[in-house]
Design a protein around this ligand. Structure first.
Ligand code: GLC
Ligand code: CA
Length: 560
């Protein structure tokens, strides 16, 4: 059955960095409302907002202290209602980020739980005893260190946190927790939102806590096998989704499934299973193994995409998640460096920004565009390592220093890879504060890049390319057509989309060099070229593409 989100072109808004409407340096809901025409002009139809609920902002809103309140930095409930209404008037849908796995330590539930086992909220969280000052097990947190944090006053009592220590994990084994979270989702769905992006849902179930992860070292290890994609996640998710869709059948459920393989993604999006309508996996981007020259950990060193492996990954996803399952298509998000930094060409930044967009978003699946990528922005820069305020950066810097790296080299590597440098304020214009805010922004980051106003005035800009690309994406061929990889040359990423008698060939030169390839006869009949980037030439039997050039080729109806 067709759903509205089969046509979704999703734009990810990082609210704090999108537009500041009241001059405090923090982007806000009214800022988004003021800019709604921007989205319709660009041609997206769905906005996913990163978390907007009340939060101490330890993790930029992913640490929620009240699921029923808008964070005062971002606005009020009235602002939110105004945003929904104005968005819907323009045919724009709103997807909210919903954090299921944990709360802030400031949440009243956790404050209650700290009172001890007799408190009704104690079992909302995950507790364990350590013995003689030892941690309950050796599992490591995604944010560095152990998953266990000591109760502030009770010796040998620990709570579990997969992320920051001020973000205790909820105990989904407890049916009351599951009911509370379903209630929260219904509250926002009743207010008229169109979808939920389920943060970190693959972690809702944990293995038996009384076991260590096999390891030779003494340090905690990030033990995904103990807390990612366990079978119990699926009934939890199904129960939650059923509890919301019972009242809101059209609500779009977009799951964040960072480490899900394609087969798990197929499970989570099983038709009629009432789980996710689509998931975002972080497994799309296999990187080249690094030469092990020194002992510096890989985390904050740029990695190169392994294009051959990437073709195979895309093929697996395209062929496994067949309709009625849905795929997502994305190059980046708030948790990774920007695509221009990771994958763009230094010699051909504009062309690579455009061609990478064509390559990804014309495939079968729902585009999820990270704000600012429509401008071809690269990562911003923070002035010092301390500015990251991130213990994993400190650990990396220590290891790199020990291996003889200079401070400049360390900072350069972190700036090129850290998620914070992908969260810079959107440059709207060349005015003071880039038209984002009249005062210094919440994040002290410097950002190059051509602003929105200039790009909208320039028909050759990356922005205009996106606009044309999304218009094409809306056509049935690119929404519904089959996808087939065309493996003609290593420098060429090519695929066809087919729907009925219509076929289009998308060709992208993913290199800095001009190349020629012999093409099958069917494609040598003077096809129509669309969305051309750079230089694309066809002769009877050959196709020549300049560096980072790309095009969509179709055969004119009626020609043989
Ligand atoms: C998700 C978010 C990330 C956040 C984490 C904890 O992975 O995308 O930004 O830090 O969950 O909520
Ligand atoms: Ca503001």
């Amino acid at each position: 059955m067709a759903a509205w989100y089969d046509q979704a072109i999703i734009y990810q808004v990082y609210p704090k960095s999108f537009k500041d409407s009241n001059g405090d340096g923090i982007g806000d809901l009214t800022g988004i409302t003021e800019k709604l025409d921007y989205f319709t002009q660009l041609g997206v139809n769905t906005l996913w907002l990163n978390p907007i609920f009340r939060s101490p902002q330890v993790d930029n809103g992913y640490d929620v202290s009240d699921f029923y309140a808008i964070d005062p930095q971002l606005g009020t409930l009235a602002d939110f209602k105004a945003l929904i209404e104005a968005a819907h008037r323009r045919g724009l849908r709103i997807v909210l980020d919903m954090v299921l796995n944990h709360t802030s330590d400031q949440h009243p539930w956790f404050q209650g739980a700290l009172q001890g086992p007799k408190n009704p909220y104690y079992n909302y969280y995950i507790w364990a005893h350590g013995a003689d000052g030892q941690l309950p097990n050796n599992w490591g947190s995604f944010f560095g260190g152990s998953v266990w944090a000591q109760h502030p006053t009770v010796a040998d009592r620990y709570y579990f946190h997969l992320f920051e220590r001020r973000m205790p994990d909820l105990n989904w084994h407890n049916p009351q927790v599951r009911q509370e979270m379903t209630k929260v989702a219904n509250y926002w769905a009743d207010l008229g939102i169109d979808g939920l992006r389920l943060d970190a849902f693959i972690h809702l179930a944990k293995a038996d806590l009384h076991q260590n992860y096999p390891s030779d070292g003494a340090d905690p290890v990030v033990a995904e096998g103990m807390f990612a994609n366990l079978p119990a996640v699926q009934p939890y998710l199904a129960e939650f989704v059923a509890g919301v869709k019972a009242n809101h059948p059209d609500l779009f459920i977009l799951g964040e499934a960072a480490s899900a393989t394609v087969n798990l993604a197929a499970d989570y999006t099983r038709p009629a299973a009432n789980m996710a309508d689509a998931v975002i996996s972080f497994r799309y981007f296999p990187t080249k193994p690094r030469a092990k020259r020194d002992a510096v950990p890989a985390d904050y060193q740029p990695q190169r995409l392994d294009w051959l492996a990437f073709r195979q990954v895309m093929t697996d996803w395209q062929q496994t998640l067949l309709p009625p399952r849905r795929l997502t298509l994305y190059w980046g998000n708030h948790d990774m460096a920007r695509v221009a930094t990771r994958m763009g060409s230094h010699r051909y930044p504009q062309q690579s920004a455009k061609s990478l967009a064509t390559l990804m978003y014309l495939q079968r699946g729902l585009p999820v565009l990270y704000y600012g990528d429509e401008l071809g922005l690269s990562n911003g820069t923070l002035a010092s390592l301390a500015a990251f305020g991130d213990p994993t950066v400190t650990a990396f810097a220590n290891a790199a220093k020990a291996a003889g790296w200079s401070s400049e080299r360390i900072l350069e590597n972190v700036n090129a890879t850290h998620k914070l440098t992908a969260r810079a304020p959107l440059p709207w214009s060349d005015d003071i504060g880039h038209g984002f805010s009249k005062v210094a922004p919440w994040l002290a980051v410097s950002q190059d890049g051509t602003p929105v106003s200039k790009q909208m005035a320039d028909p050759d800009s990356v922005w205009h390319h996106y606009q044309q690309l999304f218009a094409l994406k809306q056509t049935p061929l690119f929404t519904r057509g089959n996808w087939q990889l065309q493996n003609w040359a290593p420098w060429l990423y090519a695929y066809t989309r087919t729907l009925g008698v219509e076929t289009a060939l998308v060709v992208v030169n993913i290199s800095d060099t001009r190349h020629t390839v012999t093409v099958p006869r069917a494609w040598a009949q003077a096809p129509v070229q669309q969305l051309t980037v750079g230089a694309v030439h066809q002769t009877a039997a050959e196709l020549t593409l300049g560096p980072w050039s790309s095009a969509v080729l179709t055969i004119k109806k009626g020609s043989k």
